[in-house]
Design a protein around this ligand. Structure first.
Ligand SMILES: *[C@@H]1O[C@H](CO)[C@@H](O)[C@H](O)[C@H]1NC(C)=O
Ligand SMILES: *[C@@H]1O[C@H](CO)[C@@H](O)[C@H](O)[C@H]1NC(C)=O
Ligand SMILES: *[C@@H]1O[C@H](CO)[C@@H](O)[C@H](O)[C@H]1NC(C)=O
Ligand SMILES: *[C@@H]1O[C@H](CO)[C@@H](O)[C@H](O)[C@H]1NC(C)=O
Ligand SMILES: *[C@@H]1O[C@H](CO)[C@@H](O)[C@H](O)[C@H]1NC(C)=O
Ligand SMILES: *[C@@H]1O[C@H](CO)[C@@H](O)[C@H](O)[C@H]1NC(C)=O
Ligand SMILES: *[C@@H]1O[C@H](CO)[C@@H](O)[C@H](O)[C@H]1NC(C)=O
Ligand SMILES: *[C@@H]1O[C@H](CO)[C@@H](O)[C@H](O)[C@H]1NC(C)=O
Length: 872
């Protein structure tokens, strides 16, 4: 049972296992020097290592006149105290001398650009050299952090590898730029195994080259700067010994095609070899990996691609780590793939089993790539994998376990690139008005705890329930869900958050998380207030922080209602609240940040690659489950009232999360009451016509809107596109018409061509059609919709199983699909529609921000819509 649970959870993408304890470390550095600059006494960092204070440092000649110690003005609790919260301010050239043994060393420099004794780090520019190598030149840690804040947090550390020669000491020199100053928070020197990253001259590297790959030589006279070190498909790990940090790779993946992440497995023991000794990379790197996925047809249609920002004008060493751990790989020529670096073929037939000689044996490959000088000065380095099926391998797939990229010094020993440009304040994103007259775009990025235990248990129960005991009656269905609802308003989280959910934050914590509401952390704003992206738990957890304006119409009572409601709603497929802050009269809500944004951004008007059909189905099923829970999970049902594709968010694992409960309303409460009367609100294109007419709200209004989303997902176009021929303007009318004519296959997203089994498509059309019935009572419940969608998924999977090889779904099965190219910009929003050209004079919309009513004449039906421009 536990085994099933674990497998299930890992299937759900929950991270369970951190790197297993590795003891003893495979490499013990002969030297490890840790200096906490500006600190008066020794202190331990988060990882337990002891950093020495630097008063009377035996390495650096610091003094209180030319290099005073200072504390950071902003003691940001999201940043590690050691070594970041104290610094040395260096006013004139200063050299630290480390009498180390000869050999390669990691030099790690830590910077927290803040204000120190009234000096702002934004004014600081300096050069750092190590022996004869220039590591940083006229460097601004402030600019580097501003450009990179999204990725890491308000601090930065730089790692270099420099070889110290026989009879040489390591001299680290800080030189302020003219009329500026340098600062440094921490210095770390750790010795490195000989030959780990550099080779001797008669063992050259492969230079990836557009003509033909050639040999390229460099040895330990070249120093390196670490650009990136990733544990592909896994989570952040620190290795013991060298204290390298291997980070998660997902944010470097290009587009939406993430392949499949393979999590840690206890049953695998990595067999290190002489060529790949245990210190090369920890087992966590070699056990977790990313593959392209189980669908050969999908894999053959895309490249699994990462991109990394690099400075141009340098050569880079790209080290790729591989290990086959899958039990079904038993021989060579089973998984063979191309490796492209910067769009050039680095490897035609990468066969990891062949390279390593067996399963669980790690291997790495090194490539050198030249990124020539050019504008812009920083470019992206691209890495892409694609199956190679020429040799007829068993699986059309590719894998990668780890990536390290290093910059090589230029021939003059220089490693320093230009400063990154100051990133312009992202500013409030474009305001997209909706019927409420306020912007709620923030929610599309916002939110959710990835897996409150309640959610996990619930999903577990649900899956087990649906897969094993298909319920016969709805009543039973409902009771099982009730079991898990409203368990507690403070659930404990699966793992990522050490503390309770819905916690109360102090205003100091919120200030620390947002760098005192720094403008640069703003990710959305509107009449209600501002949304910031911040980091909590020592910078490890990104969150969306919504600070309600005190003048906001959303009064104190509603603020508390929202906390109360949201903190009770815990479900895998609903966004939820981490906490709130009401100190000093503030009204602040804290949600977890959702990386993939909203569903709409993966359907149309987007550069994101298309989602495959099964993934779309899974997203629809997830959203339907979330809505079903809203409708049935609580004592009084909750009606969302604003179901639309931009309110369905996608987390790291593409799990759908219904968001934005700003409009939600508790459903009928009393006996016999079947609806609530209310002012009509919602989003244009998604509104239930019956709700329009009668202004009576039921759960079935959500069902209608969900039906619109289903056709959006299928056809990849907005609900309303005014520029199309008249009968196609309203997606719902057009799609239902096509469905009834049996011609649905002609209007599906052309990128789904060959991907959908006819039976699955048919079922899907039927579900959407039902959801969109004019009469609310004829529509299915969300529970029914979940069911039917799961059936559509099953049909798809069964169909796929019966087709072996070749193009699975022929033209005759799905018909030739031709769809209107959607070229309009924002027709799904009412206000832009009003300005847009309308080919048909009957389809006119008169409206204006602030006008009290909008008259829509669409498809001959007159809807009079009441709108309250003040919002709630
Ligand atoms: C480093 O530079 C100094 C002078 O700046 C020179 O004397 C020394 O030979 C150089 N060392 C190496 C290894 O190039
Ligand atoms: C250092 O960089 C800053 C900003 O990039 C620039 O304004 C300044 O002129 C540079 N100083 C030197 C000495 O190159
Ligand atoms: C930071 O994130 C914001 C919002 O997601 C985005 O607009 C901006 O481009 C990002 N900045 C960088 C440097 O990635
Ligand atoms: C540099 O590498 C060579 C082999 O290429 C090795 O013999 C030598 O000891 C290395 N030097 C240092 C200081 O590690
Ligand atoms: C890795 O080390 C860094 C720096 O000491 C620390 O902040 C981080 O929490 C560690 N991560 C893990 C997964 O142990
Ligand atoms: C590689 O191809 C991608 C997509 O076509 C393009 O955006 C990128 O600029 C190319 N990279 C290089 C280094 O040519
Ligand atoms: C994969 O990348 C290579 C190199 O950039 C390119 O030639 C190829 O067309 C790409 N394939 C797909 C399916 O995108
Ligand atoms: C790095 O700098 C050293 C010393 O200046 C030089 O010998 C070596 O060739 C440089 N490496 C590269 C790849 O240019």
């Amino acid at each position: 049972m536990l085994g099933i649970l674990l497998r299930l959870l890992s299937f759900l993408g929950f991270i369970f296992v951190t790197a297993a304890a590795q003891n003893p470390p495979p490499y013990r550095p002969s030297e490890m020097i840790l200096i906490n600059c500006g600190a008066s006494s020794d202190d331990a960092s988060g990882d337990g290592r002891l950093w020495s204070g630097d008063v009377q440092s035996k390495f650096c000649p610091f003094n209180s006149q030319t290099s005073p110690a200072s504390e950071a003005y902003q003691q940001d609790q999201s940043v590690d105290r050691v070594p970041y919260m104290t610094a040395r301010i260096i006013h004139s050239k200063l050299t630290c001398t480390f009498p180390v043994l000869p050999g390669p060393k990691f030099i790690r420099l830590y910077f927290y650009p803040d204000t120190y004794s009234d000096l702002s780090a934004s004014e600081s520019f300096f050069t750092v050299t190590a022996n004869n190598y220039t590591l940083l030149s006229n460097y601004s840690a402030y600019l580097a952090v501003s450009a990179n804040k999204n990725q890491t947090g308000p601090y930065i550390f730089k790692e270099f590898i420099v070889t110290v020669w026989d009879n040489q000491e390591l001299k680290l020199t800080f030189t302020p730029s003219p009329s500026s100053f340098a600062f440094i928070n921490g210095i770390e020197i750790v010795s490195t195994p000989n030959g780990l990253y550099t080779r001797d001259m008669n063992n050259p590297y492969t230079l990836v080259n557009s003509d033909l790959n050639t040999a390229f030589q460099f040895d330990n006279a070249t120093s390196l700067e670490t650009v990136i070190r990733l544990n592909v498909g896994g989570q952040n790990v620190n290795d013991t010994g060298m204290f390298r940090t291997w980070r998660e790779d997902s944010k470097y993946i290009f587009g939406g095609a993430y392949g499949t992440a393979h999590k840690w497995r206890d049953d695998v023991t990595i067999k290190y070899t002489k060529d790949t000794p245990a210190y090369t990379a920890p087992p966590a790197v070699y056990i977790t990996k990313r593959s392209m996925g189980p669908e050969p047809r999908v894999n053959l249609n895309y490249n699994l691609t990462w991109h990394f920002p690099v400075d141009s004008g340098f050569k880079y060493l790209v080290r790729l780590h591989f290990c086959e751990t899958d039990n079904f790989i038993t021989d060579i020529n089973q998984r063979v793939f191309f490796i492209f670096i910067n769009n050039v073929t680095a490897e035609i037939e990468a066969d990891v089993f062949h390279w390593s000689g067996g399963r669980d044996i790690p291997v790495y490959k090194d490539y050198v790539i030249d990124v020539p000088e050019g504008s812009p000065s920083n470019q992206d380095l691209w890495l892409a994998l694609h199956p190679n099926i020429h040799s007829n391998p068993t699986y059309a797939d590719a894998i990668l376990n780890g990536i390290e990229i290093f910059k090589l010094n230029k021939s003059d020993g220089n490693l320093a690139g230009p400063n990154l440009e100051l990133v312009v304040v992202p500013g409030p994103p474009e305001q997209r008005p909706n019927l409420e007259g306020r912007t709620r775009k923030e929610s599309s990025h916002v939110v959710v705890i990835v897996g409150a235990v309640v959610g996990v248990v619930f999903a577990f129960a649900l899956i087990l329930y649906f897969s094993v005991y298909r319920p016969k009656s709805k009543a039973k269905d409902k009771s099982s869900i009730l079991l898990f609802s409203y368990t507690s308003s403070c659930a404990t989280i699966a793992l990522p958050l050490p503390t309770d959910l819905c916690r109360k934050f102090t205003i100091a914590e919120i200030r620390a998380a947002t760098r005192n509401f720094d403008d640069q952390t703003v990710i959305g704003s509107g009449g209600f207030g501002t949304v910031y992206k911040g980091y909590i738990e020592s910078g490890s957890i990104p969150v969306a922080i919504k600070r309600l304006a005190l003048s906001s119409k959303q009064g104190i009572r509603e603020f508390h209602t929202e906390i109360e409601m949201l903190s009770k709603l815990r479900h895998l497929h609903l966004v939820s609240l981490i906490g709130y802050c009401d100190d000093q009269g503030e009204m602040i809500l804290v949600y977890e940040y959702i990386p993939h944004g909203n569903l709409q951004d993966h359907l149309y008007k987007t550069k994101n690659p298309p989602l495959p059909w099964k993934q779309r189905l899974q997203i629809c099923i997830g959203a339907a489950r979330g809505l079903h829970y809203l409708h049935t999970g609580a004592k009084h049902s909750i009606i969302h009232r604003d179901v639309k594709s931009s309110n369905i968010l996608l987390d790291r694992n593409w799990v759908a999360k219904v968001s934005d409960f700003g409009l939600s309303k508790t459903g009928p409460t009393g006996d016999g009451q079947t609806h609530v009367s209310t002012v009509v609100r919602g989003s244009f294109g998604y509104l239930d016509p019956e709700y329009y007419r009668r202004q009576q709200l039921t759960e079935k209004s959500d069902v209608y809107s969900f039906g619109v989303v289903l056709f959006e997902v299928l056809c990849a176009r907005p609900p309303v596109v005014s520029s199309l021929p008249k009968e196609e303007v309203i997606l719902v009318d057009w799609a239902r018409k096509c469905y009834r004519r049996g011609a649905l296959d002609q209007i599906i997203d052309p990128r789904l061509k060959g991907d959908i089994a006819a039976v699955s498509l048919n079922k899907f059309g039927e579900i959407a059609d039902y959801c969109l019935r004019d009469t609310a009572t004829e529509r299915p419940t969300m529970g029914d919709a979940v069911w039917s969608l799961e059936f559509a998924l099953q049909l798809q999977e069964t169909a796929e199983k019966f087709v072996n090889g070749g193009d699975v779904f022929s033209e005759s099965q799905i018909g030739s699909s031709v769809t209107q190219e959607v070229t309009t910009t924002d027709d799904d929003e009412l206000f832009t529609l009003s300005g847009g050209p309308m080919s048909d004079s009957r389809s006119t919309v008169s409206t204006g921000e602030g006008s009290a009513s909008n008259k829509l004449i669409l498809s001959g039906t007159v809807f009079s819509q009441i709108m309250n421009p003040q919002g709630r």
